[in-house]
Design a protein around this ligand. Structure first.
Ligand code: SF4
Length: 152
């Protein structure tokens, strides 16, 4: 008897229900850290400095529903804004599915909780400083490669 495939393997991103779409977010918080862009190459560099709305202990947005009004350049990812997904971290479920890849083995949809993700060092909780505590000139000292986080 064939095994039933999970929804993310059978449903296009654009066709997912709101709940399915939201469940793809693993809650890592990596998209909520500040990034620096090389103006010559367009390369994006992640930092260990978080958006002022992110709780640094839980990696949850403290004002998720109204985040756009407090942080106007916050990108709210939807099926219509997937062209923004290229700057999401390599581990991000939206980016991975958009690129034709599968969800990581540690993803909460596979494991049922966040423990494996945290154990694999893929959550920023407890590893970031909020932006209000870091001077802009010091930002280059805060670069951090979240896609290869073995050094946390
Ligand atoms: S990077 Fe992707 S999976 Fe992680 S919190 Fe942001 S949207 Fe969710």
């Amino acid at each position: 008897m064939p095994t039933e495939q999970p929804f993310w393997k059978t449903t296009a991103l654009a066709d997912m229900t709101k709940d399915q779409w939201e469940s793809l977010c693993d809650g890592c918080g990596k998209c909520c850290v500040l990034k620096l862009e090389d103006i010559d190459t367009g390369a994006i560099y992640y930092t260990d400095v978080s958006c002022k709305l992110l709780c640094t202990k839980s990696a949850q947005c403290t004002n998720y529903e109204e985040r756009k009004s407090h942080v106007p350049d916050c990108v709210i990812l939807t099926p219509q804004t997937l062209d923004e997904v290229h700057w999401m971290p390599e581990s991000c479920g939206y980016r991975r599915l958009h690129e034709g890849k599968d969800l990581p083995q540690w993803h909460p949809l596979r494991t049922g909780n966040k423990e494996a993700m945290i154990a694999a060092n893929h959550c920023v909780a407890g590893h970031v400083t909020t932006e209000t505590e870091v001077a802009e000139d010091d930002m280059p000292d805060h670069l951090f490669d979240w896609d290869h986080p073995s050094t946390i």
